[in-house]
Ligand binder design. Sequence first.
Ligand code: NAD
Length: 253
Amino acid sequence: MRTYALTGGATGIGAAIKQRLREEGSQVIVVDIKDADIIADLSSKEGRQAAIAGIHRAASQGLDGLVTCAGLGSNATDHALVTQVNYFGTVELVEGTKDLLAAKRGAVVLISSNSAPMNQSPEFVESLCSSDEEKALSLATTLSGQEVYSGTKKAVARWMRSNAANYAAAGIRMNAVAPGYTQTPMTEQVANDPTYGPAIRDFLASIPVGFPGMPEDQAAATSFLLSEQARFICGSVLFVDGGHDAMFRPAQI
Ligand code: NAD
């Protein structure tokens, strides 16, 4: 039986990933702030350490994979919190379980976002990528929710690409999924937000395939990237967004 660890498995995309992997016959150790095997708050260093220790206890033989899905949306008002959960709650979990992943030549899938390429704050992204937590948290308070959200997601994808080769040398394949608009509690909140709601509805209408993503679409892509079928895929960011990224950035390749 394969053993996976998954952050953010309580609701939305993470819950669909948990369900899919369990239906495939795998054991899934869920880390979340609620409804999880390991309850941990990934916004704090202590919470992240507790999560890593809990995963080591639950999967002492090693991990076939890790999926980092916990995250907060662009409508969250505490920008430092978004930064801590989305970036540090992602990369520290990967780093802290590297030994378990190496033991079973496992795979990592980080959940980024198709908003990552659109980020307009290189200084914020740079502070994250250089692990300057103090600077990143202070910059986050000066930026918009969208800049902070997309910045954390860009930094996650960039961290993955910067580390894919050395993780591969340890037997670990790393990739990211970049979801586009997917119907979950997070997007429901943003769609109902008086500030962001109208823009979100226009955005939804512009998805090239003509419909929004469902959590199961992200789960299917994640399951594939974790599987042996994807054994030669390493360091990729897979856009699962109904064509939005291609539509917005046709020349970017
Ligand atoms: P969601 O709100 O349904 O799920 C987020 C999960 O993260 C929840 O289970 C929540 O409890 C957990 N979480 C939040 N704060 C936490 C903390 N401090 N510690 C531990 N767990 C915490 O949202 P979702 O839409 O399913 O999003 C899942 C991931 O997908 C996020 O990383 C999000 O940025 C990304 N994403 C979503 C969309 C979308 O359209 N839904 C698009 C792009 C990227």
